[in-house]
Design a protein around this ligand. Sequence first.
Ligand code: SAH
Length: 363
Amino acid sequence: MSTLKAEIVDLIRQEGPIGIGRYMALALGHPRHGYYMTRDPFGRDGDFTTAPEISQMFGELIGLWAAHLWQAMGAPPSFRLVELGPGRGTLMGDMLRATRIVPGFQEAASVHLVETSPVLRRRQAAALAGRDPVWHDSVEEALSGPVILIANEFLDALPLDQFVMTPEGWRERLVGIGADGDLAFGLASGREASLRIAAEAGTIFEQPSLALDIVAQVAGHVAAEGGASLFIDYGSARAGFGDTLQAMKRHAFVDPLAEPGEADLTVHVDFERVGQAALKAGAALHGPASQREFLLALGLAQRAQALSLKAGAAQREAISAAFDRLIAPGETGMGDLFKVLALSHGNLPPLPGFDLHRLPDQG
Ligand code: SAH
């Protein structure tokens, strides 16, 4: 049993079963044994791969998106370029490299990163050497004045709570200890009176309070101070029910209770509710678009072609494979599964990447 699992079992023995949100927070963020606190999880030798790690094109296009936005904001002489959960710092590095050609943008931008993992902060410092990034523990600290904020695969890592409909009404889903002494899912004994949602028995409802709070905070800030933000993640464009908690280790799904602290734990992002939270906080919404629509509208195909012209045969193949992976539909690619939502100050024009069409009413 991992050290963290033993610690969680002890905690439950002492205090009783814990909510899914508390379990996720411990598994991912425990100061000594949390998944993100102890490792760099990315890439082929790690547990999972994200879009910026697949190809430099992803960050380059988002950099140019940000520069376009900055111009639409009236090219303020100073603004914060903020990233939430920057991983290895690859996306920010690619954004900054691509925007060197935009006069004034780099001089105006100060780089602010929200990151809790000391290991990843070190990776980010190395990737962004010379850019003097400022790190923050919380989103609130990072927001000041006009901002352009990017978050790729950040909301999916935030703890959420789950509720299950029973014949007696909604009950919270918990992590406790099963008959075999191992961690097991169970239900709280008392009814959850505050949830007023109709559903059939057995339905699971997820309550991503922290993610919605953070989105509302960012939306309220851009509505008041100017700027925009981009949230990219896997999830659905329409609100729905179901358990989306998943664990991944070495690029394969594993049991979320098997090895807390040793596997990545994520949830799908409900972009409809994220959008509602942002609207309520006063921001204008753009999208959600699928990642495919967004990247193609920003010129991914042209960028891939330009890079290929300068590349050798092996590199050309790698560029083409990355292009496919970023936009392919279905389970194997990221094109449909990943959605992109932007929030902005209401006086900004339509933002690039969202001028195609809205997603159909599904998934
Ligand atoms: N955006 C990166 C990394 C995604 S993984 C990429 O696309 O490659 C999630 C990132 O969010 C990691 O950097 C992780 O350490 C960070 N993170 C997770 N929970 C966090 C929290 N509560 N506050 C700040 N950062 C967090």
